[in-house]
Design a protein around this ligand. Structure first.
Ligand SMILES: C[S@@+](CC[C@H](N)C(=O)[O-])C[C@H]1O[C@@H](n2cnc3c(N)ncnc32)[C@H](O)[C@@H]1O
Length: 463
């Protein structure tokens, strides 16, 4: 490690800034945020820097830097365009063991400014040792997106509880578990949602559990989206990474289960159409049992848990047993497939409504009131419709839809293996038979399908 990451307490400390241009101005704004008393030495300064000094009680000495200027300062920053001045400032500061930063010159620095994600009191700093500020800024943006702005309030909330928790949970290991439960469970969710009163009630419950020795688990019902791991939500990833156990099924890709903690137990409860690996009732019961053992359980479901996902049944049993749970929506296959196939589900010229329909066969038929499916201005999306496709196409035509109505079958949507097979109600069955697609597949019916040839952007062109 070239530089030791450390955080300076600069509140009311005198800091010298040599230079008054826009680069100095950027450094000054960081120093102001840290509460430093900034003195600028420079022949001229920008109006914004002058304004910052006025607002934060800093001073400006309108002259060039001279040897001996660094006396009495806690920290020195050189940001002049003159490399000789920068070198002299650095040499003098180093000879007196005063931390010095020379902007864009790591070799002259005894400390460097990292890229900062400021969720005060939570602060995250990223540095590449001065090698690539652009890379650190890019990383910072990613972290910004991952760490909700409200995490600062969560840190504040936890900080206010520290004394009381130390007193009521004296055992260190128990205390660590308490903090993990608090920061990853429902209490944190309440704080992040701004419901501090409810959060405080949750803290009391957690403390009571710790004292009685019983631990309460929690279940996260997480929508994993249609396959592309980048389509997971931030919340889904956060809760997945908090889980001790992960229950996943066939539709969840390995790239997504890999996002769980390495030490988390993974249980496959997958279901193919004809093979129910673990019956639904057993899955429901498993969730209750694992949570009652005090575990944090992530139940990962393909797409959205509440769209043909039986998520409702899974949480019904949890609710009956008073097991706390959270539900995280996911991108459902219909929207994922439509976006990645270039088929807008609604469009001012083609479709004013969209309907998600279960397309599986019950016996030899797909059970629907087909007379209700006749609007030319409505897009129909059939989930689980591969086997029932011949019935779907013939029923729609028998009830008045034109044989020329465009149809797309999207195979393995959003994954690198995605294929889109396009046809009409009259010929799609034959085209699909020829293409032999692999599950999962989704069928989209309606005029919007005709846009795919122009709007397709992902993977292979529609066949
Ligand atoms: C039991 S349903 C689960 C739906 C899921 N809860 C959702 O919101 O997407 C399974 C069906 O979703 C569709 N499906 C899920 N992922 C898909 C994908 N990546 N590509 C195409 N269809 C998909 C298929 O029709 C599959 O038969």
């Amino acid at each position: 490690m070239e530089f030791l990451p450390a955080f300076f307490q600069l509140h009311d400390e005198p800091v010298l800034l040599v230079g008054g241009g826009t680069v100095a101005q950027r450094k000054a704004s960081l120093l102001f945020r840290a509460g430093a008393r900034v003195t600028v030495i420079a022949p001229a300064i920008t109006p914004a820097l002058q304004k910052g000094l006025n607002e934060h009680g800093g001073t400006w000495q309108a002259r060039p830097w001279a040897a001996g200027d660094i006396n009495g300062y806690t920290m020195v920053v050189a940001a002049t365009p003159d490399s000789a001045v920068n070198s002299a400032v650095s040499a003098e500061a180093k000879s007196r063991h005063i931390p010095v930063n020379v902007v864009d010159c790591p070799e002259l620095c005894s400390f460097i400014f990292p890229s900062v994600v400021d969720r005060s009191p939570l602060v995250i700093a990223v540095s590449s040792g001065g090698r690539s500020p652009v890379l650190t800024r890019m990383l910072r943006s990613r972290i910004e997106a991952l760490v909700p702005a409200a995490y600062g309030r969560l840190a504040e909330f936890a900080g206010n509880l520290r004394d009381v928790v130390r007193e009521r949970v004296p055992d260190e290991a128990q205390r660590r578990r308490f903090w993990e439960d608090l920061l990853q469970g429902p209490v944190a969710s309440q704080v992040l949602a701004g419901r501090d009163e409810r959060a405080r009630e949750g803290v009391e419950q957690l403390l009571a559990q710790q004292c009685s020795g019983e631990t309460q688990g929690e279940v996260y019902l997480i929508g994993a989206g249609p396959g592309d791991p980048d389509l997971m939500t931030f919340k889904g990833i956060r809760l997945l990474q908090a889980a001790d156990v992960v229950l996943h099924d066939r539709l969840v890709t390995p790239e997504i289960t890999d996002l769980a903690r390495r030490d988390a137990e993974r249980i496959y409860v997958g279901k193919a159409r004809t093979d129910h690996a673990v019956p639904q009732m057993e899955i429901n019961q498993m969730l209750v049992d694992l949570a009652k053992q005090g575990k944090r359980v992530a139940r990962l479901k393909g797409g959205d848990p509440f769209v043909f996902g039986r998520g409702g049944e899974e949480i019904e049993l949890l609710a009956q047993h008073k097991v706390p749970f959270q539900v995280v929506p996911g991108i459902t296959a219909a929207t994922g497939a439509a976006s990645y196939a270039g088929i807008p589900l609604t469009h001012r010229d083609h479709a004013q409504s969209v309907r998600f329909v279960a397309g599986y066969l019950k016996g030899h038929t797909v059970d629907h009131d087909w007379a209700n499916f006749q609007s030319e201005n409505e897009t129909l999306v059939f989930y689980m419709g591969l086997v029932g496709l011949p019935v779907i196409c013939s029923e729609l035509q028998a009830h008045g839809r034109s044989p020329d109505t465009p149809v797309a079958l999207v195979e393995q949507a959003t994954r690198p293996t995605q294929r889109v097979i396009v046809g009409t109600l009259a010929n799609i069955v034959e085209r699909v038979e020829r293409a032999q697609p692999q599950a999962p597949t989704l069928v989209i019916v309606g005029a919007v399908v005709s846009l795919a040839s122009d709007l397709s952007w992902f993977g292979a062109m529609p066949e």
